[in-house]
Design a binder for this molecule. Structure first.
Ligand code: OGA
Ligand code: MN
Length: 207
């Protein structure tokens, strides 16, 4: 059985329903733990020089989220097996979201993000209404044995508000999915290395 066949229809429905009802969802143990482990091994041993201070978005998304950030990022590609597997899984989610919600998601881009201790990403939004190709944001966490004391929470705010909607600890295997235009969010500083894969399902809107 290949990896996408092991995903149950229930999960796709659950995500589609949550995006319609709430605009976001948090899923624990999103991937088989062996794959999460491989991704963690991989990202935590990549040569430092492959990571760049986060330049933000691509093309017409570039100017959008200039919230101040101090993480380092590296785009995923099909060249490394575990990166390819991740992209394959996410492409299946893209297809399923399109089938359920008619979102017309055209592609998916994702980067590893490394926040060293003390790094952060101030409150920002990943997309401005009607201005960006980014429609749905995904953040997948790769940090084994993360505890409350390690900090590094993702704070999601209510739309157009200072009120906190939820705080997410970047636990190994946790996936957060939300509508890119709707929710301002922020990454708090952690006391240890913090790894994630941030990704965006995009539509084919011309700049
Ligand atoms: C981002 C982002 C959140 C996180 O990269 O745009 O908000 O928890 N990341 O890593
Ligand atoms: Mn963001």
């Amino acid at each position: 059985m290949n990896i996408t066949e092991s995903i149950t229809q229930t999960v796709y429905d659950q995500i589609a329903n949550a995006l319609v009802e709430d605009g976001y969802i948090i899923l624990e143990n999103f991937l088989p733990s062996k794959l999460t482990q491989q991704l963690y091994q991989h990202v935590s041993t990549l040569p430092k020089q492959q990571f760049k201070p986060a330049a933000i978005g691509r093309n017409n998304d570039r100017q959008l989220n200039q919230g101040i950030r101090s993480d380092q990022t590296r785009w995923l590609s099909e060249e490394t097996p575990c990166e390819q597997t991740y992209l394959t899984v996410m492409d299946e989610y893209r297809r399923q979201l399109n089938q359920n919600l008619f979102l017309g998601l055209h592609d998916y881009e994702a980067h590893f993000a490394h926040y060293s201790a003390g790094s952060y990403y101030q409150r920002h939004t990943d997309a401005f209404k009607g201005k960006s190709n980014r429609v749905v944001t995904t953040v997948f966490y790769l940090n084994p044995e993360w505890t409350q004391n390690d900090g590094g929470e993702l704070i999601i705010y209510q739309a157009d508000s200072e009120d906190v909607l939820c705080r997410i600890s970047p636990q190994f295997g946790t996936m957060v999915i939300f509508l890119s235009e709707r929710f301002p969010h922020e990454v708090l500083a952690a006391t240890r290395d913090r790894y994630s894969i941030a990704g965006w399902f995009r539509i084919d809107r011309q700049p």
